[in-house]
Design a binder for this molecule. Structure first.
Ligand code: C2E
Ligand code: CA
Ligand code: CA
Length: 509
């Protein structure tokens, strides 16, 4: 199956929630409109409660103080700013005598017709101003006692403002009186046509004391607005969710692709394999052994160790890697000539703890004469005591150790003595100076001289030219590893190379 490029996946992850938000906002239109209707109802109720409290207080104060004679005290109460507030348009008194006065200073003619006939009982009530000249009716609250009437024409303009938010012409509100014996007045507020719309929604609620029923309607306009809002926020939330998904995808991807994750996956898939580089004795032209060099076989790619070995060591993955490598070498060994050995690279951790020992023990101490180990001098051993103990134990089992990269690192000579090592590998850095006047050439000569004096077996590494081979031969270094003979190869390739080598050198040595 073809892999989908990550950019496409990201685009898809981003677009999916954004696109999904569109039909979702369509579906959400109606319930959201219902929710907005409920919210509006709560707003209206809260405004009514607030008005109720304000009116209650001023009305009861006024009633306690009215003389019911339309005299200066009554006028002061009617026009006092404390009582003539934003909830009241107009207020006045109708006296038992038929005289009247109001906060306007004049008698107001409509009041007598708007209020129901006086029944003789003390009572609170509500009525409405007459609907004349196509104007909106206003609510009148009144109180009657001893033939006198006090009335308050309420200001309902707050409801207009309230009904125009959050969208214009989205609500319609009707106040109606639930008083059986008098014609129920209506106070329509907002867009009247909503009441006639098909599929509209309504909510009714009672203002208990006054028995005023309020019915709030909403129709297409609110639904349209709700859908628009849902679409708007849906797009933003969709984009936010999409971005989150994209970020999560890249996070996961980078984790999976992180070197550690990849190495662990490689170990689980047993992708770490040995390549073998021949080591040739230039006296006999015999291949005496091989260095096993780690390769990471990823799909069609062969990753050399430089790209991951230090990190693997840091992350503690070098132990399972060496184990995987060793297991492969053990199955490969029988396919090579019995006299040929294979040298495996190890790190300090292998011998500072009994890791290498337990590994070999677990595999039944495989071929001590054919398996050798090389320990680099580039990185120091911290626990030299433990390393000596481990190496000694393994030497007693018949295994041999070489000191790799000799001359490049920390304590070459000291290591040789303390660890009882008899073989050194002369680093490519020194071999490269052959035929040049590099100062390090004298170092190469000293290393070789030291090797001879102390009876070390020497292997020259990274030998690339015939001139280098000749120089080394003249100086008594005979074991050669390098491109001049062969590069590291997989076993199958190595076997073909070995056949060709034998045919070419038959009869020599
Ligand atoms: P090293 O142990 O010094 O290995 C020799 C390196 O030099 C190898 O590189 C080899 O391919 C390269 N080489 C050999 N002959 C020539 C030559 O004529 N010319 C040039 N230019 N290069 C030559 P490679 O395979 O890339 O390995 C690099 C390093 O990775 C090794 O250096 C060793 O330190 C480490 N390594 C390889 N395999 C293992 C392993 O299994 N375990 C551990 N711990 N380290 C390993
Ligand atoms: Ca090596
Ligand atoms: Ca080396």
């Amino acid at each position: 199956m073809r892999k989908i490029p990550p950019l496409w996946i990201s685009l898809l992850l981003f677009c999916l929630p954004v696109l999904a938000s569109l039909p979702l906002s369509q579906l959400l239109g109606k319930p959201l409109a219902r929710h907005m209707l409920q919210q509006k109802r709560e707003e209206i109720e809260a405004a009514l409660v607030e008005r109720h409290l304000a009116l209650d207080e001023s009305i009861s104060t006024q009633l306690a103080q009215f003389a019911f004679d339309c005299g200066p005290e009554d006028m002061a109460l009617l026009r006092g700013p404390r009582f003539y507030n934003l909830h009241i348009r107009l207020q006045g008194l109708i006296l038992a005598s038929g005289a009247s006065c109001s906060s306007l200073g004049l008698p107001v003619p409509f009041t007598t017709t708007a209020l129901p006939p006086y029944s003789g009982q003390e009572q609170y009530g509500v009525a409405a101003t007459p609907a004349q000249f196509n104007t909106e009716q206003e609510l009148i609250a009144y109180f009657r006692q001893n033939g006198n009437t006090a009335y308050w024409v309420l200001n309902n303009s707050w409801s207009h403002t309230l009904l125009q938010t959050p969208c214009a012409d989205c609500f319609y509100l009707e106040f109606s009186q639930q008083n059986g014996d008098h014609a129920t007045p209506l106070f329509p507020r907002g867009d009247k046509t909503i009441k006639q719309e098909e599929g509209n929604q309504s909510l009714s609620f009672l203002e208990s004391e006054n028995q005023i029923r309020q019915t709030l309607w909403a129709g297409k306009a609110l639904e349209h607005y709700a859908r628009q809002q849902a679409r708007y926020y849906g797009l933003w939330y969709g984009a936010a969710l999409g971005s989150l998904l994209v970020a999560a995808y890249w996070g996961l991807r980078s984790y999976r692709r992180s070197l550690k994750g990849l190495l662990q996956a490689g170990l689980a898939r047993r992708e770490f394999v040995p390549f073998y580089q021949p080591i040739v004795d230039n006296r006999s032209q015999q291949v005496v052994g091989f260095e096993a060099l780690l390769r990471w076989q990823r799909e069609r790619e062969m990753v050399p160790p430089g790209a991951f070995i230090d990190y693997a060591e840091e992350q503690g993955l070098i132990l399972p890697m060496t184990e995987q490598l060793l297991e492969r070498i053990m199955t490969d060994l029988p396919r090579l000539a019995p006299a040929q050995w294979v040298s495996v690279n190890i790190v300090a951790a292998h011998i500072e703890q009994p890791h290498l020992r337990t590994l070999l023990q677990r595999h039944g101490w495989p071929s001590p004469t054919r398996l050798t180990f090389e320990l680099t001098e580039r990185k120091p051993i911290t626990d030299i005591k433990a390393a000596i103990g481990e190496i000694t134990a393994l030497q007693q089992r018949g295994y041999h150790f070489k000191l790799d990269d000799f001359g490049t690192g920390y304590g070459g000579f000291a290591y040789l003595q303390r660890l009882g090592i008899r073989q050194i590998k002369i680093d490519k850095m020194f071999v490269d100076t052959i035929g040049t006047d590099d100062l390090k050439r004298t170092l190469l000569d000293s290393i070789i001289a030291f090797g001879h004096e102390s009876g070390m077996e020497m292997i020259a590494e990274g030998v690339e030219t015939g001139e280098q081979v000749d120089y080394l031969r003249q100086h008594g270094v005979h074991l050669i590893q390098g491109y001049v003979y062969a590069r590291p190869m997989a076993l199958a390739q190595l076997q073909i190379w070995l056949l060709a080598w034998q045919q070419h050198h038959a009869g020599e040595g």
